[in-house]
Ligand binder design. Structure first.
Ligand SMILES: [Zn+2]
Length: 79
């Protein structure tokens, strides 16, 4: 059937269509919000520069270590 014209990863939804079902749904959502708003959402929410990625990793590691520390201290108190 051929690949989607947008993502070029998935099979097209139908033989006479241009997009896969996922991209077709994205198109429907884009029609609701408008293409500029959708681009703004993707750029501000999904795309991260290197500094933002490092901050995210640091924050996740902090959360992870606090959970580990908390669970260890709970283990000590429970025994
Ligand atoms: Zn697609």
């Amino acid at each position: 059937m051929g690949f989607c014209y947008f993502c070029d990863l998935l099979e097209r939804k139908s033989w006479n269509g241009y997009f896969c079902s996922t991209c077709d749904e994205l198109r429907s959502i884009t029609k609701v919000y408008g293409n500029e708003r959708m681009l703004d959402i993707v750029q501000t929410v999904c795309l991260r520069d290197q500094e933002q990625l490092e901050n995210k990793i640091k924050n996740l590691n902090k959360k992870k270590s606090s959970i580990t520390t908390r669970s260890k201290s709970e283990d000590v108190t429970s025994t």
